[in-house]
Design a protein around this ligand. Sequence first.
Ligand code: ADP
Ligand code: MG
Length: 119
Amino acid sequence: MLKIKNLIVNYGHVNAVKNISFDINKGEIVSILGANGAGKTSTLYGILKLVKEKRKLYFKENDISKENTQKLVKRGLILCPENRRIFPGLNVEENLKMGSFIRGDEKIIWKKCIIFFQF
Ligand SMILES: Nc1ncnc2c1ncn2[C@@H]1O[C@H](COP(=O)(O)OP(=O)(O)O)[C@@H](O)[C@H]1O
Ligand SMILES: [Mg+2]
């Protein structure tokens, strides 16, 4: 469903993500494990163009490498914020589904979207 190819994220001369590739298939739950500072957050931010990155991105075989964050969310790539950035007035499910508000398909979001979250 989603193919991430050769993702690199640099902050100045800090190389946070060093050329990684992986796929996320329909129905899969994928976990990225690593020590503090290993690059987990930078990986998600790089996929969603929230930081300067270099990568190729394919969603359902379409090349969406150049699309901006807003377009990616509309396509169904949704990032649930971590730690104190979540919405305290919303419950867990509502926080996870937050990206659906821009899509207007809250009821079927679980079938159509990839939700990224961190804890
Ligand atoms: N905005 C930033 N500016 C400079 N360096 C950063 C920034 N964000 C993260 N880093 C560095 O990038 C590396 C990966 O960080 P991060 O992706 O936050 O790791 P994790 O989420 O696995 O703890 C670390 O060395 C971190 O210090
Ligand atoms: Mg992190």
